[in-house]
Design a protein around this ligand. Sequence first.
Ligand SMILES: Cc1cc2nc3c(=O)[nH]c(=O)nc-3n(C[C@H](O)[C@H](O)[C@H](O)COP(=O)(O)O)c2cc1C
Length: 368
Amino acid sequence: MGRLFRWFSRPLLALQDSEKAHARSLLMLRIASSNALFRGCLRLLYKPKKSLPTSCFGMEYSHPFGIAAGMDKKAEALRGWSSIGLAFSEIGGVTMLEQTGNAKPRMFRHGSDRALVNRMGFNNPGSEKIVQQLQRSGSQPIPVWANLGKSKLTPIEDAEMDYSTTMHRLWPYVDVFVINVSSPNTPGLRDLQHGDHLKGILEACIDVNRTNSEGSNASPKPLLIKVAPDLSKQELEAIVDTAIACEIDGIVATNTTIERPNQTHKVYNEQGGCSGSPLKHQSTEMIHHIYSYTGGRLPIVGVGGIMNAEDAWEKILAGASLLQAYAGFVFEGPGLTKSIVNGLHKKLKESGFESISEAVGASHRVPE
Ligand SMILES: Cc1cc2nc3c(=O)[nH]c(=O)nc-3n(C[C@H](O)[C@H](O)[C@H](O)COP(=O)(O)O)c2cc1C
């Protein structure tokens, strides 16, 4: 199936504008997952036969691989993600207010480098419409995460109100929340990663979490922070310190980078965040550093340049408990999950580890 995608669909998609190709693929997935018979066909084609059960944030996952934020900004293909075998999905970035994002074109592909550059700018229907969409979709067979961003119109000093309002609205429908302070495409957003700004946002979200859980007699939902790959070690450590002090549940590493590979191509001249293969090592390095700095006490979700099982395994050994991809699906197609899960299965067997959680962070441990 992967070969079929590489030979036929990929060349066809390459001829289309990146954002239009993405919208068409999502529409196809939405239609294909809208009825039980088609969902069965998708499962047959793409769902991994093997499972790699793992638990994280107090939840069970059939394997560690999910869809990254930005892929399903409007939560429109929720049934599709489980049908093609993903273990969890992340919707959004959702902002409090509806917004159209930056002017088009704003998403660019570099096929031979397997790289994307985007400056979407949080185009999304806003928290109120997303709630309606989640209500229409009903309960899902896999955990649904939500990525929260700040509305462009909201001034930086009101960021905590923006994030916490979105969280409050989405709370009953979402299993895990990711505070995204690392998108390079909203002016000033990355400044929120630091000092009092971050603490203020986290405290406001923790408050909303507590109120909602008490009000509904349910447990609080896991709350994660997503960081940029362009932070210095000191900046990253300061964020991790704040996360631990606020009892945040985990870190998503990483968002897209503002750096570019050392070569010229018109795609790399575009403004925005770069993802895919050129991001792989930078993001794995961040995972390494967070894991060693915390002694593995803070679960890490690894994302950035995962194109195959080898890349996924590298991030697990570096310290990632769960994994996500965006660019990998663009360049490898919907068969990516199956090939990664099968490949990880093989890696586990070869390495002698009993489970994924045993392998997490193994590159930090000296063999006896
Ligand atoms: C078009 C596009 C839109 C994205 N939108 C978001 C977003 O809204 N929120 C977020 O946290 N990350 C967003 N991302 C970043 C991805 O979730 C991911 O962190 C990044 O692409 C690195 O993973 P990859 O190399 O597998 O693509 C977006 C990425 C792309 C390519």
